[in-house]
Design a protein around this ligand. Structure first.
Ligand SMILES: NC(=O)c1ccc[n+]([C@@H]2O[C@H](COP(=O)([O-])OP(=O)(O)OC[C@H]3O[C@@H](n4cnc5c(N)ncnc54)[C@H](OP(=O)(O)O)[C@@H]3O)[C@@H](O)[C@H]2O)c1
Length: 261
């Protein structure tokens, strides 16, 4: 599409906006941007939309990333129907299954790759299509994890998916510059439905208090980093892994305790 005649409204697309870090990112970005809120659960997506500033301006995109072959078509259709273009993409949707490798069959491994990584490449394929999204895309942030950098028992596929996201981020930062900046945020443990089991175990909570020099953080701390990376304040930052973990990785113990981070 000729960008001069492209008068579509611009949106920031947030995957996983129905919950946790995606939800907090939506609330943080909403005062300044129109949003496309992605998730599976329509009630929770509606609740996110209602909780956001300028609630009526935002769109909802329900899509299950397990059905990976439908993702690109579904997003293309939404952008066409709503005459919308996307200038920022935050990939927060993700899943974790804690399993020893002997129980991780190819279907589980593929499901985790689809939801955590391939969904992002399918979304980007649409957002980088000149026909579908013009040349609107400017900023991308992947929500990775500190477990992209460290091992943890039972987290083989989760660590692999987050490591893949960071490697993809660096390659895209090189490929898409100077028009598009691409970065990752690597959170430590924050309380969300994904981490609920860990946070309900008093022993793990005690470990968290000991292992995080700055104490426990929350989803708003992660959203703050995302907002910075998308903003003009970060106009010379691309290809960067921003660790937001209260100092956890700076003081990593060797005892191998695992949280679903
Ligand atoms: N919480 C932590 O301690 C922590 C630490 C490091 C990194 N992370 C990462 O942060 C990101 C957000 O996690 P969170 O902690 O905010 O967890 P969360 O509250 O459980 O949110 C996960 C989000 O992903 C979406 N999602 C899950 N499976 C999906 C699927 N098959 N198709 C489409 N969407 C799907 C969920 O949508 P529905 O609810 O609508 O199904 C939800 O919006 C993840 O990538 C996670 O790996 C979290």
């Amino acid at each position: 599409m000729d960008t001069d005649s492209d008068t579509r409204d611009e949106y920031a697309l947030i995957t996983g906006a129905s919950s946790g870090i995606g939800w907090a990112t939506a609330l943080r970005l909403a005062p300044e941007r129109k949003l496309i809120l992605h998730g599976r659960d329509l009630d929770r997506l509606a609740a996110t939309k209602d909780a956001c500033a300028q609630s009526d301006a935002h769109l909802i995109w329900p899509c299950d990333f397990c059905a990976i072959e439908d993702v690109a078509d579904s997003l293309t259709k939404l952008l066409a129907e709503k005459a919308a273009a996307v200038n920022c993409f935050v990939h927060s949707a993700g899943m974790v299954k804690v399993l020893p490798m002997r129980s991780t069959d190819c279907w589980i491994a593929q499901e985790m790759m689809n939801v955590n990584v391939i969904s992002a490449t399918e979304v980007l394929r649409v957002l980088l299509s000149k026909r579908t999204n013009g040349q609107h895309l400017r900023g991308v942030v992947f929500i990775s994890s500190i477990w992209a950098r460290f091992g943890a028992r039972g987290h083989g596929m989760y660590c692999a998916t987050k490591g893949a996201l960071d490697a993809l981020m660096r390659a895209l930062a090189a490929e898409l510059a100077p028009e598009v900046r691409v970065n990752s945020v690597l959170p430590g443990a924050v309380q969300t439905s994904m981490a609920a089991e860990g946070f309900s175990d008093p022993e793990i909570v005690e470990n968290l208090r000991r292992d995080y020099p700055l104490g426990t953080g929350d989803v708003a701390d992660i959203a703050e980093a995302v907002e910075f990376l998308l903003s003009e304040r970060a106009k010379w930052v691309t290809g960067h892994e921003m660790v937001v973990d209260g100092g956890r990785t700076a003081s990593m113990s060797l005892k191998g305790r695992a949280m679903p981070e």
